[in-house]
Design a binder for this molecule. Structure first.
Ligand SMILES: [Zn+2]
Length: 421
């Protein structure tokens, strides 16, 4: 039951004699904990060691044979659990598995809760996004690095628009912008309004609602106290830094009537423009939107899904928005703009001359060829591959963080997407 947690914390080799010691004491290991043979009421294990046994036939085996059978069982179960964790890693659901396993024993739950103190450290290694949805399994889920990241980036990188009134909505089905689309249209017709959802991740401006993990998460409809407390704390923090003329909670038709009698203004809030700007700063850091979109902005949307696909500035394709995680993929024109705006080593992976020759042709960056890199880069981040003279050579996706890039001796460190001529 401890494997998943150990693997989450970075362990990848296990050495233990427990399987044999437990077998000698007539104890069987399971992902939910160990059981003494004498305390078991049935044997429902399907492992190759137990398959042909009933509880009775197993109990009545001669001592040595029984010990060997139980030792094999313990090894089979351990192997299976490690394989289970490997699958969770590949599917991006290791946190969910750990949170489930840690409910098997109060001490493990303590271990899981202790991780809260290390949220910032864990966040450094957390990929920018994962495949598939994030499941909330209980209050401990709030300790996950993805909550920490959203909170930090929202408060540090987000700039609110100039609308005078903020209307707050309750957490609802995602994506919020679809759920609240008709309501927002009505409210925008009677007031200079901007919109925000009080989500379990904290305040979510409507234009950030498709960014991972906001839209890609599932929460129970009935909130636990910790989650309510968490939302309250973050909304309080928000209230100290917001600059709207007025903030109010949407409370049914009354809100609409009140706003129409109050202002009579209309909102000029353009969610598409706000979205590309907010996502750029959220993903690449404050100032990125200004650097990327300074010029004649053209937003191209998918005919099928109505989602933003490509963003052009003065006719040049600068970024594409990815449908699965709502974040950007940089195109050469966009990479050049960020490279020209952000000083080294920001967003950069600096490679030596040998590597640069290959990367120029669109080939990947491998360990051993990296001279240095931005310490803020996280796995799955867009990375600017540059040579020692800080000339932009290629764009790719970082696989590792800086310390890992410099420490590993072999393997892929940046998956190059295209060379920049
Ligand atoms: Zn078994």
């Amino acid at each position: 039951m401890v494997f998943a947690l150990a693997i989450l914390l970075g362990c990848d080799i296990f050495d233990s004699a427990s399987y044999a010691k437990f077998a000698r004491d007539d104890r069987l290991m399971f992902p939910e904990g160990t059981m003494h043979l004498a305390d078991m009421k049935t044997l429902e294990c399907e492992c190759p060691a137990c398959r042909l046994h009933t509880l009775e036939s197993l109990t009545t085996l001669p001592d040595k044979e029984r010990m060997i059978t139980l030792a094999k069982h313990n090894l089979y179960v351990s192997k299976k659990e490690i394989d289970r964790a490997k699958r969770a890693m590949q599917e991006g659901t290791l946190w969910e598995l750990v949170e489930t396993r840690c409910r098997s024993h109060p001490s493990l739950l303590d271990g899981l809760r202790r991780l809260r103190e290390h949220r910032k450290y864990l966040e450094r290694f957390e990929p920018l996004s994962r495949e598939g949805a994030m499941f909330y399994t209980g209050p401990e889920s709030l300790n996950r690095p993805c909550f920490q990241r959203y909170e930090e980036r929202y408060f540090e990188r987000y700039s609110q628009p100039s609308n005078k009134i903020l209307v707050g909505f309750e957490d609802a089905e995602r994506p919020y912008s679809r759920t609240y689309a008709s309501l927002m249209a009505k409210l925008s017709g009677v007031a200079d309004a901007h919109f925000l959802v009080m989500s379990p991740f904290g305040p979510v401006p409507i234009e950030l609602d498709e960014v991972y993990p906001i839209a890609q998460s599932l929460f129970p409809k009935i909130k636990d106290r910790e989650m309510e407390e968490h939302i309250k704390e973050l909304m309080e923090r928000f209230s100290h830094c917001q600059q709207y003329g007025m903030c109010l909670l949407y409370d049914g038709e009354g809100t609409l009537e009140m706003l129409s009698s109050l202002s009579g203004e209309k909102s000029d809030f353009d969610i598409d423009v706000a979205k590309v700007q907010a996502v750029a700063d959220y993903q690449f850091g404050k100032g990125a939107a200004k650097a990327l979109f300074d010029g004649k902005l053209q937003i191209i949307k998918s005919k099928n899904t109505d989602k933003i696909r490509n963003v052009l500035v003065d006719g040049q394709h600068v970024v594409s928005m990815r449908a699965p995680d709502g974040l950007f993929t940089l195109r050469p024109a966009g990479a050049k703009k960020l490279h020209g705006t952000f000083p080294s080593p920001r967003m950069r992976v600096i490679v030596n001359a040998d590597s640069a020759e290959f990367n120029k042709e669109g080939k990947n960056v491998f360990a051993g060829f990296v001279i240095d890199c931005d310490p803020e880069l996280i796995p799955m981040d867009e990375a600017l591959v540059v040579n020692e003279a800080d000339e932009l050579i290629a764009i790719g996706r970082a696989i590792l963080v800086r310390d890992e890039m410099l420490a590993v001796k072999k393997g892929l460190v940046v998956k190059v997407r295209e060379a920049v001529a």
